[in-house]
Write a protein that binds this ligand. Structure first.
Ligand code: TMP
Ligand code: ASP
Length: 237
């Protein structure tokens, strides 16, 4: 497959057209950002690790009946995906309180959330991804009722599947973010699932094994991603 015109560059991935209509190449770069792009760094190996991590998770989800944009791994740090028309909201599920939830509501960091909390955020770095609700999404035409319902039920299904997967290997899935897009009349899971967009703690020590290591200058960022990958069975080399 040929890498064609450069279509889009996000903070950590770039997207290219290909010689096949409706298929794109997603390139996972080593660039790492936090706080809506305010803090940035290059982390050696992260593109490769996240590419393989994402492929593994997307395939697991497909096996469990979740439709995703993922097609195949192409190179060490590139995958082939379907071209979606992205919905500009982020779907977050939280099983344990931390991050912006604690800042916003004064909730104690680390408490279990039962039932889990669901939140929508608008994808808008300049406005620091403000939280929005279903009324905003409908009024501003970002998604229709049935799409909103689909995103919520699918995000909860993904939570059930992945909480189980991480728990089997001694880890807690604290929270995560998903994005969806339209493809030939249906919604598919798009973007990525990697430690850049979720929080994972060791179940015993509660050590952070995700991008919070970068946000909080804890060091060993990619090493932690690799540790998670090895535990769940992602083949990195
Ligand atoms: P938060 O605590 O900062 O709201 O983040 C909740 C989870 O969603 C966390 O795992 C990080 C992820 N997330 C992103 O990856 N990108 C985003 O823009 C937002 C708002 C959250
Ligand atoms: N929103 C993500 C974070 O805070 C990525 C970013 O904003 O750069 O980690």
């Amino acid at each position: 497959m040929q890498r064609g015109e450069h279509l889009y560059a996000g903070k950590a991935k770039s997207v290219y057209l290909t010689d096949v209509p409706n298929l794109l190449i997603m390139h996972f770069r080593n660039d790492t950002s936090a706080f809506d792009g305010e803090k940035v760094a290059q982390l050696e190996r992260k593109g490769m690790v996240n590419n393989k991590f994402n492929a593994f998770i997307m395939q697991k989800l497909e096996e469990q009946g979740i439709k995703t944009h993922f097609e195949k791994l192409l190179t060490e740090d590139e995958s082939v995906v379907k071209r979606l028309e992205m919905i500009p909201v982020e779907c977050v599920v939280r099983n344990i309180a931390t991050g912006s939830l604690c800042k916003r509501l004064g909730i104690t960091d680390g408490i279990d959330l039962n039932p889990p909390v669901f939140e929508f955020f608008l994808k808008d770095d300049a406005r620091h991804d403000p939280m929005v609700n279903e009324y905003h999404i409908r009024s501003f035409g970002w998604a229709e009722d049935r799409e909103i319902e689909f995103m919520k039920t699918t995000t909860f299904k993904v939570n059930d599947i992945l909480q189980g997967l991480f728990m089997q290997h001694g880890m807690l899935l604290v929270d995560f973010k998903l994005e969806f897009g339209r493809y030939q009349g249906e919604l598919l899971l798009g973007d990525e699932f990697t430690p850049d967009g979720c929080r994972i703690w060791d179940a015993t020590t509660r050590e952070k094994l995700d991008k919070d290591r970068f946000r909080r200058n804890l060091g060993g960022v990619v090493e932690a991603y690799e540790e998670v990958a090895h535990r769940i069975g992602v083949h990195l080399d």
